[in-house]
Design a protein around this ligand. Structure first.
Ligand code: ZN
Length: 257
């Protein structure tokens, strides 16, 4: 078996492995999306939780201030009842009005904080429902991913050992070049020769559609020499269609499907 044929075996096994892994990849991606969505909901809930604490503290603080002023005003009212002169009475009245204005401000702030806290509690309750739903989806996604993995696990291991056997046949320097191509280009690591016109020596690389010189094709025909497309650098091979078209007396033109 020539080097191109050996690489082609690796390429085919690799393609199957990628196909299997992409099925797992879709399930994995879906699961990761759910995990991220849950994390976003948790972050929003944590932020709302700390705002709720702030508003509760503000409400309690302002209610405390209101109570303190209520007590202070009760004392002043008592003092007003006992005022000896009108001037003394007026002084207490002014003080009382000042406290009243302060008290109203504290009370308004407390009410606003309580209203905000109530609104946050509602938002948190809504998020709680959303989170529970999302958690169900995540559990389903995790199960799905596990099932997909079990489905492919056996076949994947078979293919991996098949791949290792195929790789062992390829000279190591050629294999490291080819591995880089596979990592970089996946399915486009190899391309077949498209015979555009045999008589006129017109050939294309099926990976990039650029022309391939006759010398390159001759090397492939005669001894399966390692040949790379000068445009896209993929490893070229001759598929059945190309082989048939290149046979003397074969069809003049043949494009791979
Ligand atoms: Zn090419």
């Amino acid at each position: 078996m020539d080097v191109t044929a050996k690489l082609l075996r690796v390429y085919h096994v690799d393609k199957q492995i990628r196909g299997l892994q992409s099925r797992l990849g879709t399930a994995e991606k879906f699961l990761q999306t759910q995990v991220k969505e849950l994390a976003l909901i948790d972050a929003r809930m944590a932020a709302l939780g700390s705002t709720l604490t702030q508003q509760t503290v503000i409400a309690a603080d302002q209610e405390g201030e209101t109570k303190r002023l209520d007590e202070r005003m009760a004392v002043i009212r008592g003092q007003m009842d006992k005022a000896q002169t009108n001037k003394e009475y007026q002084a207490f009245l002014t003080e009382l009005n000042t406290y009243k204005a302060q008290r109203d401000k504290f009370e308004t702030t407390a009410i606003e904080a309580l209203a905000k806290a109530e609104e946050i509690r509602k938002q948190l309750a809504d998020l709680e429902v959303l989170r529970a739903d999302r958690e169900k989806v995540r559990e389903h996604a995790a199960k799905e991913r596990e099932e997909r993995f079990k489905e492919i696990e056996g076949r994947l291991n078979e293919l991996k050992s098949e791949r290792a056997a195929c790789v062992a046949e390829v000279p190591s320097n050629v294999m490291s070049m080819f591995q880089r191509l596979l990592d970089l280009r996946g399915d486009l690591a190899m391309g077949t020769v498209e015979v555009i016109d045999r008589k006129r020596h017109e050939y294309n690389c099926s990976a990039c559609m650029m022309a391939i010189p006759i010398d390159a094709v001759s090397g492939l025909i005669s001894n399966g020499r390692l040949t790379r497309c000068s445009s896209c650098e993929c490893v070229l091979f001759l598929d059945e269609t190309a082989q048939a078209a290149l046979k003397p007396g074969g069809k003049k033109s043949a494009k791979s499907a």
